[in-house]
Design a protein around this ligand. Sequence first.
Ligand code: PLP
Length: 511
Amino acid sequence: MADPNAHRLWIQEALNLQLSTPDDRTLGQRLYDALRSGIQQGQLSTGHALPSSRQLAASLGIGRNTVLGAIDRLVAEGFLVSRQGAGVFVAEWQWDPQARKVADHTAPVALSRRGERLLDFSASSSERHLAFAPGVPALDRFPRERWQRLLRRHQQRAPIDWFDYQNAGGVSSLRDALCDYLQLSRSVRCRPEQILITQGAQQGFELIARLLADVGDSVLMEEPGYGGAQACFASAGLTLQTVEVDEDGMNVASLAAETPSPKLIYLTPSHQYPRGATLPLSRRTALLAIAQQHGAWIIEDDYDSEFRYSSAPIASLQGLMDDAPVIYVGTFSKVLYPGLRLGYLVLPPSLVDSFRRINARLHREGQYVAQAALADFISEGHFSRHVARMRKCYRSRQAALRRALAPAVARGLELSSGHAGMHLVAYLESHEMERELVRQGNEAGLRLSALSGYYWRKPGQPGLVLGYAGANENDIDRAGRWLSDAWLSIAREVTKEKTPYEHRKGKNAGG
Ligand SMILES: Cc1ncc(COP(=O)(O)O)c(C=O)c1O
């Protein structure tokens, strides 16, 4: 509940503002009108306490009797109630339907064409359905106390400059720590100066799209692919050219000869999102050659490479050669938590200064205290310990999901290999089945993500993207058993309709 003192102050300020411009009405009438319209418009709602008449008179610079006169009128009319010894409060009040109309901000408003397109990518609900939500890490396992200690340490030590506007590209200790980590763990070729800290990978994509491509330029993207990147490129006015994904990831050889020369090539080579393949070396070198041939930039989105379960992380595409035409994009949304809004770009030296300056202009930098805490989190070893713990945790959560889905798998439900990452893909027979499972899931309080929704060109392949990292094993087990039963009962219906039920085996590629 909001602090009542702060609220009283706010009322005083609002009234002050309203009475500060002179007009023909008496002060008492104006105070009465201002209070009454605040109550009718809902800014002052039932139960709100008014400042005392003495406080109001002093802060508004008017006589106390004037204040008492206005308040008495509103009490008499039933807008306010006076409680002996407690003060004056906004009364329980029936909304005037006309006033409600004024306060209704939900009526549809015409958006731009770009806005309408973006709405398609934007979730309509803010509810949290953790079982199956793709890309959500184990928030319950984040070491909050340690993180709080580091934040406190840096909050206390923060130089006064950190409260000013920033344009350094990020706190230097974080860029140093990240540089060490990326060189060792991801074979990224970089120096700390090449790192630009952003508010998440999404802001990195935005910058790249706006700084390196013009409206109408073409960007090659994996199909299916990451909706956040699709939305960003589409809203920047770029033309999305989709490239089919097979069991080895982006199939560069499938590009039609007449495909327009791309300015950007976006992909997730370590762990294709959402299907899970790892791009082999031969395709990586082919891709580098294509980028060089067209003078295009590759955007390497390395969003979750820390979580591999059967082999060491794959070296980055950026580190394959000197001066690779690659911008490496990283995020802390998966390893720590998405609400942190910290990510980074590793830029070629020739782009660093422009990106840093334009980022400071477009988005402003910030969160230097959190950045400094994160630098310590990495350099003191908490980061690698947390990653190791999470790897173990996600492996068990995935195993729990597989156990729960085993009855359906025994009857033909096909799952991706899950050698890495935070989700599995369940491939489905048809779009009807996908729609029906999503619908039933909604009714059961589970958010099921349709695989076809990850396709830029519809209809795409039917399936479900099942995040397992964000929910504990009990919840995953419950949700997984629900899904297994739901799939089995739909599959039984299908079997009745076309006996014998034929499952299209081997139709699905990808990890
Ligand atoms: C493929 C991919 N890239 C990047 C991100 C991270 O984006 P951000 O750092 O903006 O949270 C996500 C998160 O869902 C993702 O799935």
